[in-house]
Write a protein that binds this ligand. Sequence first.
Ligand code: FPP
Length: 238
Amino acid sequence: MDGNGRWATRRGLPRVAGHRAGAEAIRRVVQAGPALDIGTLTLYAFSADNWRRPRGEVAALMRLFRRFLDDETPNLAASGIRISAIGRRDRLPASLAAAIDAAEGRTASGERLHLRVAIDYSAREAIVRAAACCSPGAAPTQADFGRLLAGEGAGEVDLLIRTGGEQRLSDFLLWESAYAELCFIATPWPEFAAADLEAAVAEFRRRERRFGGVTRADTRPSPRRSQRPTHARPTAES
Ligand code: FPP
């Protein structure tokens, strides 16, 4: 959800106003998710490196996360949306950590969409923590390791969208995005609308995902190849 700060600055507003507008964009996108067949939607709200931001901005973000949970949890529960958080909780304000626990408990039975919010999240740290859970000398398969990482109940990322014009992953779901389709769009997050999500999903559906393999079309001989003279083809007897 990138581009909040620049969106606000361009309007002569404090950066925090961009984050507030970003929270509104979340409401729009979450409601649009189930109709687009999205089962899990993970929002990158605060990276482990975002603690480096000015203290006032960090405090405002923590308050915004808390307010979002307080305001939205009843709506999420009523809409069949389960919310959970990924990332560290021990560095969050205690009231926010408690609000996350409460929201997770209250929406646990939601089946229309799993909304995950990454707060104080670092993909590298998550990988290191999962590795530390493996017993010494164990050689987990990729599937085992993926299950360890997906403690919160989500696995492979199909589509990764970054708004705001930057084209990097910034330590987000690195393992889970091994075969994700990447979609970088210039629209700043506060302007991201349901139609943008719809367009990204449509683009995703047009893409051919080969997962390192080949498609049927790739294995069919091309017309040019079938016109080759037979003597040019090596045979077992030659
Ligand atoms: C990155 O944009 C955005 C963030 C670090 C915060 C994202 C937070 C929200 C959208 C607020 C609401 C979230 C929840 C979960 C209620 P940036 O500020 O780095 O933008 P910039 O690159 O333009 O400065």
